[in-house]
Design a protein around this ligand. Structure first.
Ligand SMILES: *Cc1c(COP(=O)(O)O)cnc(C)c1O
Length: 371
């Protein structure tokens, strides 16, 4: 048995009311239609479009398969420019398509791909850019689009962190050619496992719906080697209920983020990210960056100290994707090419942030960092 104070985890899944969910499950049991574009699937897509303010969306079983499918749908070839400061699925999706990832360093103030460094990474084989809205901070979508237009590249945003994020009143999911979301249990909005792709037009929506269903376009016609990645009715119903409560969960996260910022603003050697002007954030993560010299303790020592006190942060993203066996041999994986990303990966701890944290919990976490 664990001893000491109650365990505080880095996140906690947003769960729908069980009685409400049971009612929907009863209905699904009565209908006996449990997957393959059922009524809850359709309803969930419609509700998401209106919540996220996007024209078209296609639901998936997780957040990795829409990334893989986006590259397939846009017929990307050769090299894809991406960021090493992300969850490994971003780069894996490039590898799964038989493409070569090319890593570009990040900007320390947003943790996103540094737009100033993209052009130098473009070669005649480059056909796409796959940036990540890291921690839900919007990429410089305008600059990235300008570069993409100049070199005729496609842009696929891994928006796994960016559920509900808006910039100047517009959904961040509307930029680029396609954007993908993850509804994994650890994300701001979850369907246990799940994900989605956002697309600008109806014909792409139709094609993506084929691709996530083996390529079937009707009963007897298969138009492409698609995968099976359809979201089922059980999780669609769960998602519909969670959509009703996600705003209050984001509000609770926001309160935690502001408490952290206030408490940590004068702690030497601890840096955190600020809200960006004109951006509606979702407060999915609260990364801090520990400068060992100034703070007087290493990132790992602080991480272990928190753990010993039953506070579980997460070194997210550490190690960098470019250091994993599959990718470390690439020229662009050289640490000299990724100096900012390397530094931040060695400094970062994501502090616990979720809708179930109490004031007491937050104070306990702050106390461990300031003392
Ligand atoms: C979570 C995540 C994914 C993968 O999503 P899954 O739903 O776990 O497959 C991809 N990219 C990023 C940046 C993520 O955080």
């Amino acid at each position: 048995m664990n001893s000491g104070p109650e365990i505080i985890t880095v996140t906690s899944p947003l769960l729908p009311d069980l009685d409400e969910y049971n009612k929907l499950l009863k209905d699904i049991w009565n209908r006996k239609w449990i997957t393959n574009n059922g009524c809850y699937h359709k309803q969930f897509e419609a509700k998401l479009c209106s919540y996220l303010k996007v024209p078209y969306i296609s639901l998936f079983t997780n957040g990795t398969l829409p990334l893989i499918t986006a590259l397939q749908a846009l017929r990307i070839t050769g090299e894809v420019i991406t960021t090493p400061f992300s969850f490994v699925a971003t780069t894996h999706s490039i590898w799964w398509n038989g493409l070569k990832p090319v890593f570009v360093d990040i900007d320390p103030t947003t943790c996103n791909m540094d737009p100033d460094k993209i052009e130098a990474a473009i070669t005649p084989r480059t056909s796409a850019i796959m940036p990540v809205h890291c921690y839900g901070n919007p990429c410089d979508v305008k600059r990235i689009q300008e570069i993409a237009d100049k070199y005729h590249l496609k842009v696929i945003y891994d928006a796994a962190h960016a559920f509900g994020v808006e910039k100047d009143g517009q959904s961040i999911l509307k930029y680029g050619d396609l954007s993908t979301l993850s509804f994994h249990a650890t994300k701001v909005f979850n369907t246990v496992e799940g994900g989605a792709m956002v697309m600008p037009d109806e014909s792409m929506k139709k094609y993506i719906d084929y691709l996530k269903n083996f390529g079937f376009a009707g009963e007897t016609e298969v138009v492409a080697p698609g995968i099976n990645s359809k979201m089922d009715e059980v999780r669609s119903a769960y998602g519909i209920l969670n959509l009703d409560i996600v705003d209050s969960a984001i509000e609770a996260r926001k309160k935690v983020a502001f408490t952290y910022r206030e408490a940590l603003k004068n702690v030497p050697g601890i840096r955190y990210l600020e809200d960006m002007p004109g951006v509606k954030h979702n407060y999915g993560y609260f990364p801090i960056f520990v400068d060992e010299k100034e703070y007087g303790m290493s990132r790992d020592a602080l991480y272990e100290k928190m753990k010993k006190n039953n506070v579980y942060g997460r070194r997210y993203f550490y190690p960098l994707i470019s250091t994993f066996t599959t990718y470390r041999g690439l020229e662009s994986s050289a640490p000299s090419n990724l100096q900012v990303a390397t530094l931040l990966a060695n400094q970062v701890i994501c502090l616990p942030i979720h809708h179930n944290l109490t004031d007491n919990d937050v104070n306990r976490i702050i106390e461990l960092i300031v003392s």
